[in-house]
Write a protein that binds this ligand. Sequence first.
Ligand code: 16G
Length: 253
Amino acid sequence: MDDDLALFRPEAWFRAGRGPRYEQLYRHLSAAIAAGELAPETQLPPERDLALIADVSRVTVRKAVSQLVAEGLLEQRRGAGSFVRAPQPKLEHSLSALLSFTEYMRQRGKTSSSRILRRGIFLPTPDEMMALGLSPGDRVARVERLRFADDTPLALEWSSLPTDILPEPEAVETSLYDVLRGMGRAPTRAVQRITAVNLTAADAKLLQLPEGAAVLRIDRTAYLPTGRPIEFTRGLYRSDIYDFIAELRLDAP
Ligand code: 16G
């Protein structure tokens, strides 16, 4: 037991001039959990005891612990204390949480289809080079689509991918992710940025909305498990689709 406590004593984690105590304690415990020194299901001493052992205030302990709880490394069980959590299967790494348009629609009992506006291999724009980590000599595969749910146009999507990931943009008929999955190259993580914009006349016509209508613009950068960015899609979505996206984003933190 004494050995276990050594981990919390100030000499184990505190160095003057290395930042606030709660942060140092947090970093130390986080590393101890990662290294397995604090194994899953280990119970931390109660806050009051921990403060005495670590020679800090209870507020400091609370801040460090709540940070670990927020990151999912510790779990607080009511009336029982704080426990080291077993590593969780990461939801954001599961394919099911990173849905494609086709899958969103299928979940809603709708049939999706696409009208291809343009497909091919092009010289990348600076934005594409940046998002996909391309070099000046590289080319980019682009697929531009008007996407329907049943017979309603819901979205316009401009997708860009490195050519080694999508060498034949012509292969994309309805679902881009189906094509990528078929080649074992589907993304497993994505970062999205959402903004509201007003439709240009040309885009409004395609989406069958009045010019200037407000829609959501969502930029998604999607990554392989290695961390390589392989998709940059800018989409304009009719705002009636928003509830799908908002709801599903809760599944994919
Ligand atoms: C979603 C994605 C888009 C992706 C597409 C693939 C958002 C905001 N965007 O629309 O980035 O390219 O799905 O769908 O969710 P698909 O496999 O049906 O072509």
